[in-house]
Design a protein around this ligand. Structure first.
Ligand SMILES: [Zn+2]
Length: 91
């Protein structure tokens, strides 16, 4: 038996195995219903960093104890009656 004949037999065997594998794979794909090509899922959009943080437009207000007017919490005293804010509310 020549060496070339062994090579040829080996190649034929591999070819047959490959064909058989593909044939069975095709049958299996049809059996499980996975015949359609793999769907190419679009890549998810990159997460955009929150560049612009929405600053609170609504200013924190407190009600004046003297006149009932709403004054900004940062104000030291009421703009209407001049009464200083109650120290208990802030700081
Ligand atoms: Zn006031």
């Amino acid at each position: 038996m020549g060496f070339l004949l062994k090579i040829i037999l080996f190649g034929v065997a591999v070819y047959a195995a490959w064909k058989t594998f593909h044939r069975w794979k095709g049958m299996w794909d049809k059996f499980v219903g996975n015949d359609q090509p793999a769907r190419s899922a679009p890549p998810p959009p990159p997460a955009q960093p929150v560049a612009t943080r929405r600053t609170a437009a609504i200013q924190d207000t407190v009600q004046c104890a003297g006149c009932g007017a709403y004054i900004p919490a940062e104000a030291e005293k009421c703009g209407q009656c001049g009464r200083p804010q109650s120290p208990g509310r802030r700081g």
